[in-house]
Design a protein around this ligand. Sequence first.
Ligand code: TXA
Ligand code: MG
Length: 317
Amino acid sequence: MVNISNRIRTAAKYIQQGKLVAFPTETVYGLGANALNPYAVTKIFKLKERPSFDPLIIHIADINDLEKLVLKTDKIVYNLVDKFWPGPLTLVLPKSNIVPDIVTSGLPTVGIRMPANKIALKLISESKCPIAAPSANKFGGISPTTVMHVKKQLPDIDYIIDGGKTTVGIESTIIKLSEKGFKILRSGIITQEEIETILPFDKYGKNEEFAAPGMLKSHYSPKKKMLIADKDIQMNLDKRKAGLISFTGELENGYRKVIKVSTQNDMREYAVNLFEAMHSFEDDKEIEIILAEPIEEKDIGMAIMDRLRKAEFNWRR
Ligand code: TXA
Ligand code: MG
């Protein structure tokens, strides 16, 4: 086994050469390239088959890099950063000139975060550049929480660092600052309430303005039918061909297979295990349809339900 420091060093060389590296973050695996090299970033869009209107998040390891990538910072930004970084919060801020347009899909803003994963942080520092990275899956597919999931969808990556299963399991919360506070562009395990300890949630204004480009109604979608297990669907279903992603244990009767995502009704565990359960049923020849137990839409439940709705979108008639 090549040790992890050597792998990170090699991966950093790949990044410097404008190549692509898949690496673990605390949320999901990222497909990284030198964020300041437009040719390298182009390769991400190509490999993922991602439309160019869907902007990338830039990952940094040193807070000084934030200053270089954005037009200005203020006290609020630093309060957010002090509380949540390194961690699964992405800030969308006005970008500086050094950020290539391809990274932001031509937008005047850029999404930035400092991941809470030692391998990711070391890779960024050793690459000596910020790293642009979307989740390491084909566009629209299920996000990867293990290296196996990455290889399944993207077998042709230049280099992969294996850091085991990711510890958060769903993508970062994305927020954008407004005049009145903040808007949430994508929910994650950092909740509205937690961010409200720093600044007010902006419930005013047009939400469309703050809808993130690339945030489509369909996403995280398995290649076989997936539905949220509501009452109607439960009633009309042949459970002998169905796999259930179970949370409370209450719906488990009659299913061909059950994957329990939590042992003690903990929504965090649902987040950690959701994508892995989806991948597992996607690969399972005995399963024709995937059902997922819905949960209450509050706190982390918001983020889970967001992923489930997008996953079922194309499959709901
Ligand atoms: O946890 C995460 O955020 C993971 C890991 C790898 O860090 N990354 C991730 O990236 O989920 P991706 O590309 O799968 O999703 C990023 C989303 C884009 O789809 C886009 O909607 C939003 O972030 N985004 C990026 N830059 C933005 C900007 N300037 N304005 C609005 N939305 C932006
Ligand atoms: Mg993604």
